[in-house]
Design a protein around this ligand. Structure first.
Ligand code: BGC
Length: 883
């Protein structure tokens, strides 16, 4: 028994991310993880006062920063602070430290490093040198003109020598591929990010120093239509030469253009590529472009140019099929075993002009053939026409992507093999930041499906789905899976960008739209969709402590809330299009909309409070209170004590936001529980909104066991039901539908559950009063048959981890808290009596009292069957037992 326990414990320990260096007793270590505007060594930023963040490292527990020094310089070696020397700045701030040096200039590389002083005023060594580079900060810096023409553009230029530094600044819409001297530059695909092009186009900066050579050089750009549905290019090259001269090349009417091998390209329909039309050598110097036409200078998209400051879309993985079958002669079906976003790479050899077709789908019919019904109008078909020169041809589409698990290959010359196709996984390359795992297999599979579902849908905007003729930034979907995304991936730059996208669609009357950029749905957005604006702003503050985001979007969020007010009557907001979308049981739209209206006003009040706008904090608090009163008067039935038509969602929403009058709360909660447990036999009837808020509500009200039963349910409707039916991502509907109706099999909105895995099961929670995980609440829910759970998360301050395991005799809990943070660790006593708690073998709770001793532990108390321990930074191993 003991051996088994020890083995399990060893596995658990291995799951925890090591935080502290081994040499116990050494001093403050150099800060690590240096970031500028959330990005590591960004190239091309256009923020005049960028913010710096770093992670503190210290060998001792309970440590913090008492002062820091940042040096910023134009010199790469040993930054000396010629641009900014903060001096020894007192305080604990290690995130979002605002650059306060000389004004930053366009197209400059800055080098920076930082050191800090710990609680004993000992200085750490300096960090390794990081850098950031500005893009073009002023529209006047843009010399290139928008040019149009066919889908290939080229230009040759001559350099007297090898450049010492060279950059390309590129904006190409819908999509572009940049090539210098015969090779692609960089690893972005489907660049730039999709924006409201009339408002903004994003540009990317590439370091091309190594790609240029003395003498003749050539730049070639391929253009795709993407979301812009047309093609336009604006770019410029700046090469600095030895001796101080520079060479500039910018798009203008002297560029040449000609159609290339891509015959058509569409996000939804796929690409047709005729390799016979390749113009070999077109992206190299010396190519004869006499037959090419002059590019025309065009108006181009109306939007301003801004730096793309977010993880680009990349090929992030290559996966091999797990199965290949033949359904009819010449028709081959490949199964990837996973629903992904991406494209296929195909290998083929054959006769010139042979036309090979690839169709993509999420589903198969029972006879093994491809079911494309739920793609609706999206053709999701790529065609490759062979060059046929006897060589092996490798094709991978450039300007499209598909959501698929299955590929149908037809027209292939000869018999394709298993390795004829490989899949390239393509999405915004957000770094995974942690993980959740547990002793319950179904939860682990759901977690896997959630993670795949979310990453498949991060395509520069958070999309609703990845396969059919939609893939829009539907705003409800966006806010519903945002917290889960933030717990699994490094999301702040992505959402900073998306919040600006939302701001870009906001009209003077305060309205925002159902989708951003706005293609589908309405203006004004359904109130539950428009909620993305206040909520994403708020989540950025809670998860990353980003006050600047609050400052930037306060007026916009307020304007949206004020707009809702103009549509309300006596505190009730009647307009609604979707409400608690795709439920089992529908909840009245005006109840959902009024809940959102209340929440918006509440968030404006909170934001105003944080920003020191006392008057607004008060007036929106008053407004929220009035809405709450109206909500209860309208929707709470005094006779039955239930809200609305009695649906689960109608109870969940007001309970979640604490809108229910105190004397009614128990009754409303009781009705909800009865409906979940008895009427529905432990099943949900909720749509996308009710589902998200149900889980934290159940945990907060001491019903984590029920939440766990719902989360691990495997019969309809449940996440487990999706898994049992072969899902590798999340479905749009609770129902298992496969026909032509609306039923995507990769819709991340029900992924809201994933946040509860971290918050409740692993027990990792933030404290809004000290945002950005400066204060952490570790509160694992030890539920039903769950034997252990482990979660870890790279926060902006460093790693937070929590993993626990129980036995008949107690509970073990390992916790990691970053330097500079503090935590309240809440350990359920599990009915053990008398209960003792030790940390790394030393008692901290005994005979009903706190025993001081272990470093980093500053106190413990008992509250409602829970031992509450206060700790500072460090790694702790708690063991709770009965004496
Ligand atoms: C989308 C949803 C979206 C909804 C709005 C659907 O077509 O896929 O996820 O939120 O429309 O009703």
């Amino acid at each position: 028994m003991l051996a088994k326990w020890t083995a399990k414990w060893a596995v658990l320990c291995a799951l925890c991310v090591p935080l502290l260096p081994a040499q116990e007793g050494s001093m403050a270590a150099a800060p690590s993880g240096l970031r500028c505007e959330y990005l590591t060594d960004p190239v091309g930023i256009d923020v005049p006062q960028p913010r710096f963040s770093w992670v503190l490292e210290h060998a001792a527990r309970g440590e913090r920063q008492t002062a820091y020094q940042v040096l910023v310089s134009l010199k790469p070696d040993a930054p000396a602070g010629d641009q900014w020397d903060s001096g020894k700045a007192p305080g604990g701030q290690s995130v979002h430290v605002v650059y306060a040096g000389k004004p930053v200039a366009s197209g400059q590389t800055y080098y920076w490093k930082v050191r800090y002083w710990d609680s004993a005023d000992h200085a750490s060594p300096y960090s390794a040198t990081a850098r950031f580079e500005t893009g073009l900060l002023d529209s006047a810096d843009w010399k290139g003109k928008w040019i149009g023409g066919a889908n290939q553009m080229r230009k040759e230029f001559t350099l007297a020598g090898r450049p010492v530094r060279a950059r390309a600044y590129v904006a190409g819409v819908g999509y572009y591929e940049l090539r210098f001297n015969g090779r692609k530059v960089g690893d972005h695909v489907l660049d730039p990010a999709w924006t409201t092009y009339d408002k903004r186009v994003l540009d990317t900066v590439y370091d091309i120093t190594e790609r240029l050579r003395p003498g003749a050089n050539a730049v070639g750009v391929m253009l795709g239509e993407g979301w812009f549905k047309s093609r336009a290019l604006r770019m410029q090259i700046h090469a600095e030469m030895e001796g101080g001269q520079s060479v500039d090349v910018a798009t203008d009417g002297s560029w040449k253009t000609a159609p290339g091998p891509i015959q058509s390209d569409s996000v939804y329909n796929g690409e047709v590529y005729d390799a016979r039309l390749e113009t070999a050598g077109w992206d190299r110097a010396g190519f004869d472009d006499a037959t090419w036409k002059a590019a025309s200078v065009i108006d181009g998209p109306k939007g301003v140019l801004s730096a793309q400051m977010m993880p680009p879309i990349r090929v992030v993985d290559t996966i091999a099929p797990v199965k290949m079958t033949t359904t009819h002669p010449g028709v081959y079906i490949y199964d990837l075993g996973q629903n992904i976003s991406g494209v296929v790479e195909m290998r083929v050899r054959g006769l010139r002009g042979t036309r090979v077709q690839l169709r993509h789908a999420e589903l198969l019919y029972d006879d093994g053939t491809l079911n494309v019904e739920n793609l609706r109008a999206a053709k999701a078909t790529d065609v490759y026409i062979l060059r046929g020169d006897g060589s092996l041809e490798v094709y991978q589409p450039r300007f499209t992507y598909h959501g698929f698990r299955y590929v149908e290959l037809t027209g292939y010359p000869g018999a394709p093999k298993f390795d004829t196709l490989r899949a390239k996984v393509v999405h915004s390359d957000v770094r995974p930041t942690g993980g959740f795992t547990s002793s319950k297999q179904i939860l682990n599979q759901i977690q896997r499906n959630i993670v795949w579902g979310i990453q498949d849908n991060l395509h520069s905007v958070p999309t609703d789905c990845n396969q059919r003729d939609e893939r829009m930034g539907w705003m409800a979907d966006a806010h519903l899976y945002a917290e889960t995304a933030m717990l699994n991936f490094d999301m702040p730059a992505f959402y900073t960008n998306f919040l600006r996208d939302i701001h870009d669609v906001q009209a003077a009357d305060g309205t925002v739209t159902d989708t951003v950029p706005h293609r589908y749905g309405s203006r004004p957005a359904d109130p539950a969709w428009g909620m993305a604006y206040p909520l994403l702003t708020w989540y950025m503050y809670e998860y990353y402590g980003d006050r600047r985001i609050l400052e930037q979007h306060f007026d916009g969020v307020k304007a949206w809330t004020d707009y809702l007010r103009t549509r309300s009557r006596d505190g009730i907001l009647d307009y609604s299009y979707y409400g608690d979308w795709v439920p089992i049981e529908k909840t009245p739209g005006n109840l959902v909309s009024t809940f959102c209206y209340y929440w918006s006003a509440d968030l404006v009040s909170r934001m105003a409070g944080i920003l020191g706008k006392g008057g607004e904090a008060e007036s929106y608090r008053k407004q929220a209170d009035e809405i709450k009163t109206a909500f209860n008067a309208k929707f709470l039935n005094p006779a039955t004590g239930v809200y609305g038509t009695g649906t689960q969602t109608a109870q969940i929403l007001p309970l979640f936001l604490n809108m229910v009058p105190g004397d009614r709360r128990g009754g409303v909660l009781g009705s909800l529980r009865d409906d979940l447990v008895y009427t529905r036999n432990t099943h949900l009837t909720t749509g996308i909104l009710g589902t998200k808020y149900l889980f934290p509500l159940l945990t907060e009200t001491g019903n984590s066991d029920l939440a766990y039963e719902l989360a691990t349910q495997t019969t309809y409707p449940s996440w487990g039901y999706m898994v049992e039916n072969g899902a590798t991502t999340l479905w749009e509907l609770w129902q298992n539908k496969t026909g032509p109706s609306m039923n995507s099999h990769n819709h991340p909105m029900f992924g809201s559950l994933g946040a509860w895995f971290y918050n409740a099961l692993a027990g990792i929670n933030l404290d809004t009063a000290k945002p950005g995980f400066e204060r952490v609440v570790i509160a694992p829910q030890v539920v039903r048959d769950l034997k252990w759970a482990a979660g870890s998360l790279d926060t902006i301050r460093g790693t937070v981890a929590s993993s626990w395991s129980r036995s008949d005799n107690g509970l073990r809990l390992e916790v990691t808290i970053p330097v500079g943070s503090q935590a309240e660790v809440r350990i359920p006593e599990l009915g053990l009596e008398p209960v003792t708690l030790s940390e790394s073998g030393r008692a901290i709770w005994k005979d009903g009292k706190y025993q001081s001793g272990p470093a980093g532990v500053t106190g413990a108390r008992e509250s409602d069957g829970t031992l509450v321990v206060e700790v500072g930074s460090g790694k702790y191993a708690f063991a709770m037992a009965s004496e």
